[in-house]
Design a binder for this molecule. Structure first.
Ligand code: E4P
Length: 219
């Protein structure tokens, strides 16, 4: 499973990249607006911080012609940019156009397997299935992820199912169990994946015993 960090904050991206296990970064208009900096400048800094990563940058127009212009502009900034496109009618037409041109896309704001089917048929590279926002409505957001993973496998679509709107580590575990290809999450959640009290307690005991015996590795 690929791990992406979901942020526009360059310091957060650098921290996640420092572990050497980061596969990409997702941004959205809200996250970019939160940075208080320019879109292109922020996205380019992210591309530099994660040299081999897949970096999603979202178009904001809602009509096909302007969406296409924005998509071509954004994708011209760096070869690792994936154009993020909302699941609306002109968005699906755009994904088909971009896919035919070999430009990678991430279809966002996907909540159902029927929406995922449209994105897969259009040739989406990634399909961002939001779970947390569905859980917030007392529904199980992960059900659509599992169904969409099954759907792309059954029909041989090349699209990868990306678990988005991740709110806690259990969403990552459930994404793994569903066979999702990618999970994107805030830095705070990536950091939580490291944590286990038995790891901390176990390390403390190892080091206490080692130090009490006066041992060294480096002389
Ligand atoms: C994904 O690409 C989205 O940017 C993100 O996961 C949305 O998460 P939220 O529902 O916590 O805003």
């Amino acid at each position: 499973m690929k791990l992406f960090v979901d942020t526009g904050d360059i310091e957060e991206v650098k921290k996640a990249a420092s572990w050497g296990i980061l596969d990409g970064v997702t941004t959205n208009p809200t996250l970019i607006a939160k940075t208080g900096k320019g879109f292109k400048e922020t996205v380019l800094k992210i591309c530099e911080a994660v040299p081999n990563g897949e970096i999603s940058a979202e178009v904001v127009a809602t009509d096909y012609d302007t969406m296409l212009k924005e998509a071509l502009e954004v994708s011209s900034w760096h070869p690792n940019i994936v154009v993020k496109v909302p699941l609306i009618e002109p968005g699906i037409s755009l994904v088909k156009t971009l896919s035919d041109k070999g430009i990678k896309t991430n279809v966002t704001l996907v909540f159902t397997v029927s929406q995922a089917l449209l994105a897969a048929k259009a040739g989406a590279t990634f399909i961002s299935n939001f779970v947390g926002r569905v859980d917030d409505l007392s529904e199980d957001g992960m059900l659509a992820v599992a169904d969409s993973v099954e759907m792309v496998r059954t029909y041989g679509f090349k699209s990868q199912i990306l678990v988005a709107s991740v709110r806690h580590p259990l969403h990552v575990v459930q994404g793994v169990q569903a066979g999702a290809h990618i999970a994107t999450m805030p830095l705070k959640i990536l950091e939580m994946l490291f944590k286990h009290p038995l790891t901390d307690a176990g390390l403390k005991r190892f080091l206490d015993d080692w130090n009490a015996a006066g041992l060294h590795i480096l002389e």
